[in-house]
Design a protein around this ligand. Structure first.
Ligand code: ATP
Ligand code: MG
Length: 346
């Protein structure tokens, strides 16, 4: 009752606190924040210099007293204080007009499947000290399925594979809950690391994370492309220490990433093997749904489908699916009650 009264003064928020990107949506306004999960801090004064996109531009380029911190690693808060500051910054940005005790929002947050109680509490505490009135935790894969408008509460299996920056979340959902699942610490960042390693070993060139990611997005693929592609790779020659550039083919980049692609596929197969047969037959019929930025890797859907013999569908706008799911939950209290994780809040 009192909460209802309070909620008239605030915008409730849905948050996808991702390893790579943080997205925030507001009940009646849709997605209003979509920025990299990076915070730049002045270590001398402990003051925040930039958050999000502006902070990401500083990664790898900061002088000694400035640090560009990515407070989440593999979907888990690794730097509590900075995560809290980042959330506070984003929440304030949304609720800037008359931010007070009266305007503390309800917050729904998507989290990975295998968080420990301590890690869950850390997310909840970070959101609360950043200004949330109450916090509802929801598995990212569940939020993604809801964001894709899949029938999660029905007695039919929905298989979601969310490939983010830090984790690949594989979940079979039925009757509002996750039946079988796996959270794998191999996703977009791992593809980038594969490319860094390959370029170092094959070409003796050292490249940075951001370049590796842009190579992945430009020519990366999981199956052969219709037309071959090449990309220039610029970095430091490990033998001379001087700048060097070489051309890499899509085939080489595919080979670099194949280890991680195969790991994801093997884990999807393992989950299928441990899923009850009735649900597996639903999945064969309805297909498997891919979300997260990793779903955009060219041909990944085809590679998964070929290996599992299951149709694979990429959800609409895979990068925003989780936050859209949290937004739907803010509006649908009944659904939220059905699917949220056991609460410790009010
Ligand atoms: N076109 C593309 N091709 C391949 N990968 C892409 C593409 N666009 C984005 N990505 C990758 O998607 C990843 C980010 O996805 P997303 O925003 O879903 O992750 P996240 O939610 O922040 O991470 P997590 O869910 O693991 O905490 C990055 O690794 C990025 O490089
Ligand atoms: Mg994510």
């Amino acid at each position: 009752m009192f909460n209802k009264f309070l909620s008239r003064f605030s915008h409730d928020l849905g948050i996808d606190l991702g390893t790579k990107n943080t997205l925030v949506c507001v009940d009646d306004k849709g997605i209003i924040i979509n920025e990299p999960s990076v915070v730049a801090i002045n270590k001398r004064t402990n003051e925040i210099l930039e958050v999000g996109l502006a902070a990401r531009k500083m990664v790898g380029k900061t002088p000694g007293h400035i640090e560009a911190i990515k407070p989440l690693v593999d979907g888990v808060i690794s730097d509590f204080e900075v995560t809290e500051k980042m959330l506070k910054y984003f929440i304030n940005k949304v609720n800037s007009e008359n931010f007070s005790l009266l305007s503390r929002p309800r917050v729904v947050i998507g989290i990975p499947l295998d968080l420990t109680e301590v890690e869950k509490k850390a997310v909840e505490d970070a959101a609360k000290s950043a200004g949330a009135r109450s916090v509802y935790l929801i598995e990212e894969a569940m939020a993604a399925a809801i964001g894709a408008r899949l029938p999660v509460t029905e007695a039919t299996a929905t298989m979601m594979v969310d490939i983010g920056g830090g984790t690949t979340e594989i979940a079979v959902i039925s009757l509002g809950g996750v039946v079988t699942w796996k959270s794998l610490k191999a996703a977009g960042n791992e593809f980038d690391n594969d490319i860094i390693e390959y370029v170092r070993e094959e070409f003796n060139i050292l490249i940075g994370e951001q370049l590796a990611e842009s190579i992945k997005i430009a020519v990366g693929s999981a199956v052969p492309l219709d037309a071959p592609q090449e990309i220039e790779v610029r970095g430091r020659d490990l033998l001379t220490g001087l700048p060097k550039a070489l051309m890499a083919s899509d085939k080489q980049i595919r080979e670099a990433m194949s280890r991680t692609v195969n790991r994801i596929i093997e884990n999807i197969k393992t989950i299928l093997e441990t899923t009850p047969p009735e649900l597996v037959s639903d999945i064969y019929e309805r297909g498997l749904f891919l979300s997260g930025g990793g779903a955009l890797l060219r041909g990944l859907d085809k590679a998964i489908s070929a290996a599992t013999k299951i149709p694979v569908k990429i959800v609409d706008d895979p990068l925003t699916c989780v936050v859209r799911g949290t937004g739907i939950l803010l509006e649908d209290k009944e659904l939220l009650d059905k699917v949220m994780l056991p609460a410790r809040q009010d």
